[in-house]
Design a protein around this ligand. Structure first.
Ligand code: GLU
Length: 468
């Protein structure tokens, strides 16, 4: 049974890199019929906040990354960590160390002076035949892990291939501080063990933690999971992704009007591929995902491609779904909602890049924008002695036709022919009088969007209020 986890530290919002790690871990569990576990790594009390936890949960929810177990909180597992530390002390795989910070500093200085790498020298490490000094009075010890002294620790990383570290490079890691609180790497190990994690998919900034974690797992007699360290994400400019590149907080994409399907599809392709497929659903992704097609090299963020995907998902979105997403982005809509918001969505969803643009386009239908001074000025550019009577005639005749785009179109054509006008001379003032904008979808569809009387009233009122 595959069991994966996403283990964010709640020290900030969920960023793009974390979201991709979560997505990959989620997909791997889903594709193998396994379990996906959410674990909040809040052992660092000083840096963890409940707002960050909330933000992470909200972002997971928005992205559609459902988890089968958790969220587990490390803060609630302190008893368990203490228990394992006691067990390790008991079994001899960990020991008390009384070295003071001053002694440690002196030790490091001496090592540096000898041209050696600075590391704990094992002075409190018990060994057969070694006599340890008596513990100094009044000093609280830390607990250190007894790392193997020789040999190496290696794993076949599912993304990066074989990685090996010499044990001589690793010193005896502190697993509990003087106050008894467990340290980061130790909590991760106990959690992965207890939660029976089989595959750890995480950012490659954790590669250096892995040999330490494997050694502790082995000392505990715990199975060693598989590791897949995913490379970092670079910004559009090839530099490390940061705030400079715009949004890095996942929920900023929500605020900017991206659809979660667009972002998950985009992130899925960021460092992973399935042939040449660019557009695929979460269902396809969870069926196709594998670790073999994750690229070991860094992936570069491409905002243009994300925008392209967003436009695609907007275009193909269900109108009612768009209503639900756009309504909160609009001011109160007058009672009666004419034209219906769903109809506006249907007409505009192919023309916009994001939900905010869609809301912006929709807003004009529920305000008096068409009679604003700007609209009147715009209208005056197109409405003159020739087009004005044509428009008046259109309004009169429009009461007699069936109020649908084809009939409206036929009447517009008939009117411009009778008045010997080119299409824009009539269509442009209509656009402006209906929406306050010169850029709209085709004018017949636009007119048909409104109830007849409402459309004609906007045209009439517009002609009246625009001084020509
Ligand atoms: N809590 C770590 C982080 O947010 C992840 C640890 C892990 O995946 O092992 O970077």
């Amino acid at each position: 049974m595959v069991r994966t986890r996403f283990a964010p530290s709640p020290t900030g919002f969920l960023h793009i890199g974390g979201a991709r790690t979560a997505l990959f871990s989620w997909a791997y569990a889903r594709c193998h019929g396994g379990k996906f576990i959410l674990r909040i790594e809040d052992s660092d009390v000083a840096r963890s906040t409940s707002e960050a936890v909330e933000g992470i949960l909200q972002a997971m929810d928005w992205l559609g990354l459902d988890y089968d177990e958790g969220p587990f909180y490390q803060q609630q597992r302190m008893e368990r960590y203490r228990e394992v530390i006691a067990q390790m002390l008991d079994e001899g795989s960990a020991y008390h160390c009384y070295t003071s910070p001053e002694e440690l500093e002196a030790m490091r200085e001496a090592q540096r002076a000898r041209g050696e790498k600075a590391k704990y020298d094992g002075r409190w490490r018990p060994e057969p035949g070694k006599i340890l000094p008596p513990p100094p009075a009044g000093v609280l010890p830390v607990v250190r892990f007894k790392n193997p002294l020789d040999g190496s620790v290696a794993w076949n990383d599912r993304v990066k291939g074989r990685i090996a570290f010499c044990n001589t490079e690793l010193d005896d890691l502190i697993i509990a501080r003087q106050d008894g609180t467990p340290t980061y790497n130790f909590c991760v190990v106990v959690d992965d063990w207890d939660m029976q994690i089989t595959h750890i998919i995480r950012g490659d900034d954790h590669v250096n933690n892995t040999p330490r974690q494997i050694n502790i797992l082995r000392a505990l007699g715990a199975p060693v999971p598989e590791y897949a360290h995913v490379s970092m994400i670079l910004g559009d400019d090839g530099q490390k992704l940061s705030k400079r590149h715009g949004a890095v907080n996942v929920m900023e994409y929500e605020a900017d009007g991206y659809l979660p399907q667009a972002l998950t599809n985009y992130l899925a392709r960021l460092g992973w591929s399935h042939g040449d497929d660019e557009i695929f659903s979460m269902e396809q992704f969870r069926a196709w995902f594998d670790l073999d097609h994750i690229t070991p090299s860094a992936a570069q963020f491409n905002t243009e491609k994300l925008d392209w995907l967003n436009a695609h998902y907007l275009k193909t979105a269900d109108d009612e779904d768009l209503v639900r997403l756009v309504r909160p982005r609009l001011a109160q809509i007058p009672a009666g909602e004419q034209p219906p918001l769903a109809a506006v969505m249907a007409l505009y969803k192919e023309r916009v890049a994001n939900l905010n643009e869609l809301a912006n386009e929709a807003a004009v239908f529920y305000t008096d924008a068409p009679t604003s001074p700007e609209s009147c000025a715009l209208c005056a550019q197109h409405l003159d002695e020739q087009s004005r009577p044509a428009l008046a005639e259109f309004i009169a005749a429009a009461r007699e036709i069936s109020w649908e785009a084809p009939a409206i179109n036929a009447l517009i054509k008939q009117t411009i022919t009778r008045h010997n006008l080119k299409m824009p001379r009539l269509a442009m003032p209509m656009r402006v009088l209906l929406t306050g904008r010169a850029q709209t979808p085709s004018v017949d569809a636009l007119l048909a969007l409104f109830p007849r009387e409402m459309a004609l009233e906007r045209l009439e009122r517009g002609i009246g209020s625009c001084s020509l």
